[in-house]
Design a protein around this ligand. Structure first.
Ligand SMILES: [Zn+2]
Length: 450
């Protein structure tokens, strides 16, 4: 029998080991940018973080607290995937081709199926379940060209109360007839979707021309017009992925001064513009991305799978011209939904250039770095009070081999933590995700886990 008055409310809290970032470890020493609380408490209220800190310090402040404990597990902010295609879920692992042939042989026929709203809904539902299973709580998502495919995605994301950004693809040339819109129809359809979905619940809209090859200049101009009319929506497209693609864009836009300039001339380069890949960028293009505040989605599994090349991460995170970078899985050219796997392959891409990607830097890119790239770091990306409580409970002992590798489940120093995080990145995938929380509510638990 409790004596709580009707006005008093039981607060919920999570106890465990917490890792998040308060700044960018590419520019601020890790000792100042990494926050680790070995025995921490995350107090939740109305889906947001109310308080966060050391358990012994914080617990006495709250008399009525319902605590869920995760002993021996590591809790991090929800992963952020800055580039992914939901209609390509079923065509992961399509053999043999590089970008342009892969698109015509595999991607376009698959995306044609998304004219059927019911089918799109079924795939969107599976896709979102897969994201949560992998600890991904926010993503920047391509739908297909059909407005109903974007509706299907938004409806499913809304039902799950997810912070998702998506848009209908715009493409009016160099594609099969059944997949093309026109400059005008893409403008009107996108506008209607913005009015319907942008800022509905936690949803946000991205104007989504596929890439310069499949849009006429007239269509890119229409995309620019949408950004002017709705200044807080996103721009999401591909940029400088593959050598043949870059050459083709130069031919299609003879008046441009390079690939990025094609988008720039249409008014598509600025804050909240996210360009997937950027493998072939020139120094001048990195500078332009830096000065405009645009972001690149680094998609290592996709870049290796399609043989596109090695993204120059160190160049992108230079002191002189820093560019916002997030990690992207780029499903279905990417080969895993897991941001842990994506960080692992990012490490290898950087290694092949004789440089290093530290475990904390990799984890930053998957969390607060992604939030910064999307200009969402005021509302998510770490455990600061007031932020949306999307987070992941990781298990560094998820498999027998991981348990053998990590006999001690709770790190007692930053060095030990870096080692544990590195093993999670290199050995982990969805099996290492014990639970995923959305707005403070349990949204996924791994089957068979305690
Ligand atoms: Zn892509």
């Amino acid at each position: 029998m409790t004596h709580a008055t009707p006005s008093s409310k039981t607060l919920r809290a999570i106890r465990g080991s917490f890792l998040d970032f308060t700044d960018d470890p590419f520019y601020v020493p890790e000792s100042e940018s990494v926050r680790y609380v070995a025995d921490g408490l995350l107090v939740l209220e109305d889906g947001k973080v109310k308080d966060f800190g050391d358990y012994n310090t914080l617990q006495p402040k709250y008399t009525d607290l319902e605590i869920t404990s995760y002993p021996g597990r590591l809790i991090v902010p929800g992963f952020i995937d800055t580039h992914i295609h939901f209609p390509q879920t079923e065509m992961i692992a399509a053999y043999g081709e590089q970008l342009l042939e892969w698109l015509s042989q595999y991607t376009f026929p698959t995306e044609g199926k998304f004219k059927d709203k019911d089918y799109a809904q079924k795939v969107a539902s599976f896709f979102l379940d897969e994201l949560l299973k992998n600890g991904t709580t926010t993503a920047l998502v391509f739908a297909a060209v059909f407005p109903q495919s974007a509706d299907a995605f938004f409806e499913e994301a809304y039902r799950r109360n997810l912070r998702m950004i998506a848009g209908k693809v715009m493409m009016d040339r160099n594609a099969p007839d059944f997949l093309m819109d026109t400059a005008d129809s893409s403008y009107h359809d996108s506008k209607a979707l913005i009015e319907k979905w942008h800022k509905k619940g936690r949803l946000l809209y991205a104007v989504t021309p596929r890439f310069a090859v499949t849009s006429t200049d007239a269509q890119l101009q229409m995309a620019g017009k949408l950004l002017q009319e709705f200044p807080d929506v996103y721009l999401h497209t591909h940029l400088s992925e593959n050598v043949d693609e870059v050459e083709l864009v130069a031919k299609l836009f003879p008046d441009s001064n390079g690939y990025l300039d094609v988008y720039d001339q249409a008014g598509l380069v600025g804050k909240r513009s996210v360009f997937a890949h950027g493998v072939q960028l020139t120094d001048a293009e990195f500078e332009r991305l830096s000065e405009t505040g645009a972001a690149i989605a680094f998609c290592p599994t996709s870049n290796l799978f399609l043989g596109s090349g090695l993204f120059k991460l160190t160049k992108a995170k230079s002191d002189q011209y820093p560019v916002h970078i997030g990690l992207g899985t780029d499903i279905g050219a990417g080969t895993s939904f897991s941001l842990l796997v994506t960080a692992h392959v990012a490490y290898k891409v950087v290694q092949l250039q004789r440089q290093r990607l530290s475990p904390f830097r990799a984890m930053f890119l998957a969390t607060l770095g992604g939030a910064r790239a999307l200009y969402l770091d005021d509302i998510l990306g770490n455990f600061e009070p007031g932020k949306e409580a999307d987070f992941v409970v990781l298990d560094a002992q998820a498999t027998p081999l991981m348990a053998f590798r990590n006999p001690r489940s709770v790190a007692t120093s930053l060095e030990e933590l870096a080692d544990q995080v590195f093993s999670l990145i290199v050995m982990g995938d969805d099996r290492a995700v014990h639970a995923t929380y959305i707005m403070g509510e349990l949204a996924y638990t791994k089957e068979g886990d305690r």
